[in-house]
Design a protein around this ligand. Structure first.
Ligand code: WT7
Length: 657
């Protein structure tokens, strides 16, 4: 990390937007002035201009009960109507909403008129199953149009969705379905991944199995199953229904009812510093306003001519905000791709860009770095000349990857917007505006208009130019989380207790001499692996749940491709030493155990079996020292350890392997 910071501080290159790009751009620097003059009025104007309100709001922000914000709260709207019907009514029904590409090369083109009709049908199906305002629906689907249709159908009825990423395990589904008391689960038999069908329904079946304790079987009345993988599935009569059967029976007429701006739109679970994922709650009007605004301003959106491709899965916040809500609210044409970047060949993404003439491409640094490793020859085989703008999200992008992205994918011309935000912020918070900002490789740069951000020290005092500290948001923003589902105390504690009146993001940051922001990674026990957030505590508790494990400590070690990688140190129980010695590859056993408990994304890269863990006299594990070992560095200051020889032993054990 330190060497990385040093490198960043010597990064002085700047890339101004081309004269042509600025001239043709949708937004200009005036936005900053407008927002500065009257921040709330600025957001009110965005809300009025970008969205359709059935009942116009008269109040912009209610911050009388901080940290619980209400935006536009006396207004009413329907989120799905804003993403669908109004585009059709405006005469744009034949515009393509999605160029969908299956991993096997099968395709589907879905226009706004078709998407609207499908969502209306699905809303009727869901309403028939008893779903309405005040309910939650869990969605566990591959990247197929039905994922988007399901989300919008839930939104149309005023219910809230909880999308669970397809890579999560049965246990993770169970805890999420349970926490939100979901009434319905929408899943598929399976989806295509890496050249074969990866089953999904069995995980839902296992999650809903009665286990004697109170569980999701208490709340879930139906499972709606999309046929995609054509794999064999078990069937629970009176509970399971085929999507295509129900859709065929449903009417395509459905009038969207307007709901309050603060009606819950979705819950999305994300890892925190404890073992239990947090259900981040987002509501309707403010969230949709900021998604639509940032999508338009940051990506310089031209809805008639752009083809936008955000590669994120809808199981993550990036997919919610920049595949579903922002782009559809703006009437955008998009690419939706089911599979992995390297199936059936490593040029698959570039082939898709060429095929659909993608103009705006938004992906994560980890993907860029893995393509970089494969070499420029692969993307060079495809015509990428349609690209005019590139985006990055999920983790800091190192200047080397930034330069490669610009040169090889952006033909040395496309501006790059490095966008910082979080599941909790709902939408982009820090980013260049491509027509305005001179971009700097590696820096996310400046808060977008209407957003107030600072870097402060431990006492909450702004550090000023050329210094480092903690990133905070100093004013409420429209897409901010409204809380943690069912746990208002945890919401206050996690984000607001540290500074009282400022939102603590959990990221370290530095301001350079020009006031631009450089993100430096998490300052808490949250790891960022391939742009996905993982909690050390959650993986530790999964490891300790294995009968072999007495104690476990997990760290995020820097990794060339994935940014960070999960590295675990495990102590085996005395009573299990013999049994575990008989296992040929104990690390593999524990790795796959974590995969089963949480999901494949959480599987540690390395598992080291050790006899001791470094602890302070008060018993706190010193992860900093373990990170030194995991990164192959000389171990730092050990003087606060209860037993200072422990690190020599651990280093010896790890390097002996
Ligand atoms: C964490 C949020 C929101 C998109 C996907 C991740 C890190 C995100 C950047 C960036 C440096 C970034 C932060 C943040 N992060 N974008 N452009 N530069 N770091 O959402 O899973 O909620 O994770 O991702 O550490 O706190 P998430």
């Amino acid at each position: 990390m330190n060497t990385q910071i040093d490198n960043l501080l010597h990064e002085y290159r700047k890339f101004p937007p081309s004269e042509k790009f600025s001239r043709e751009a949708e937004v200009s620097a005036d936005l900053y002035d407008e927002a500065k003059a009257d921040r709330l009025e600025f957001w009110a104007r965005q809300a009025r201009e970008l969205l359709h309100w059935d009942t116009p709001f008269t109040r912009t922000l209610d911050w009388t009960n901080p940290p619980f914000a209400k935006w536009f709260d006396d207004g009413k709207l329907n989120v799905a109507y804003n993403c669908l019907d109004r585009h059709v009514e405006a005469g744009n029904g034949s515009r393509v909403a999605f160029h969908w590409e299956g991993e096997q090369g099968d395709t589907r083109t879905v226009t706004y008129a078709e998407l609207t009709e499908e969502v209306k049908r699905a809303a009727n199906v869901l309403a028939g199953l008893g779903i309405g305002q005040g309910d939650r629906v869990a969605i566990y689907l591959p990247m197929i149009p039905e994922a988007v249709i399901s989300m919008l159908a839930v939104a149309r009825l005023g219910a809230a969705h909880s999308v669970i990423f397809g890579g999560f395990s049965a246990d993770s589904i169970r805890s999420r379905v349970d926490d939100a008391s979901a009434k319905l689960v929408i899943t598929a038999d399976g989806g295509w991944r890496k050249g074969k069908v990866s089953a999904l329904k069995p995980a839902v079946d296992a999650a809903l199995e009665a286990r004697g304790d109170l569980g999701p079987q208490e709340t879930v009345t139906n499972v709606l199953v999309v046929k995609r993988g054509e794999n064999e599935v078990d069937w629970t009569e009176n509970r399971d229904l085929w999507w295509h059967d129900e859709m065929a029976k449903a009417s395509a007429e459905h009038d969207a009812e307007a709901f309050e701006a603060e009606n819950p739109l979705f819950i999305l679970y994300t890892s925190g510093t404890t073992g239990k994922p947090k259900g981040i709650l987002h509501t309707s009007g403010g969230y949709l306003t900021q998604c639509a605004f940032t999508h338009k301003a940051v990506f310089d959106l031209k809805p008639e001519s752009d083809v936008f491709w955000c590669t994120a899965d809808v199981g993550w916040i990036t997919g919610h905000s920049y595949v579903v809500y922002g782009p559809l609210a703006n009437g955008t044409t998009q690419v939706l791709y089911e599979g992995t970047p390297d199936t059936p060949h490593p040029g698959r993404w570039w082939e898709i860009i060429e095929k659909y003439k993608v103009t705006t491409f938004y992906t994560a640094p980890t993907a860029i770095r893995s393509f970089m490793k494969l070499g420029r020859k692969i993307p060079k085989k495809f015509d990428l000349s349609s690209i005019r703008l590139l985006g990055s999200v999920g983790e800091p992008i190192n200047p080397e990857a930034w330069m490669w992205y610009r040169k090889v994918i952006g033909a040395k011309a496309a501006p790059i917007v490095d966008t910082w935000w979080q599941t909790e912020t709902g939408a982009i918070m820090i980013s260049a505006l491509p027509a305005v900002t001179e971009t700097k490789p590696g820096s996310a740069q400046v808060p977008i208009p209407g957003i107030a951000i600072d870097v402060v020290d431990e006492a909450g005092v702004p550090v000023g130019a050329d210094s480092g500290g903690l990133l905070v948001v100093t004013e409420p923003w429209p897409a901010m989380l409204r809380g943690i589902w069912g746990d208002p105390e945890r919401y206050k504690e996690t984000y607001w207790e540290k500074f009282g009146d400022k939102y603590f993001a959990g990221d370290g940051a530095r301001l350079d001499h020009e006031g631009d922001i450089w993100l430096l990674g998490r300052v808490d026990d949250v790891m960022n692996v391939s742009g996905h957030r993982l909690s050390t505590a959650e993986i530790e508790s999964a490891l300790v749940a294995h009968p072999f494990t007495a104690e476990a400590a997990v760290v995020g070690a820097s990794d060339e491709t994935t940014g960070q990688a999960v590295v675990a140190f495990v102590i085996i129980k005395e009573s299990m030493l013999e049994e575990s010695a008989a296992v040929e590859d104990i690390a593999a056993v524990l790795r796959s155990h974590v995969g089963e408990q949480i999901g494949p994304i959480a599987r540690p890269r390395d598992v080291f079996v050790v006899n001791e863990l470094p602890k302070t006299r008060s018993g706190k594990i010193m992860r900093r020292l373990l990170r030194d070992v995991a990164e192959g560095r000389e171990v730092g200051d050990t003087t606060t350890l209860a037993d200072t020889t422990v690190m020599q032993i651990i280093t010896g054990q790890v390097t002996a392997k």
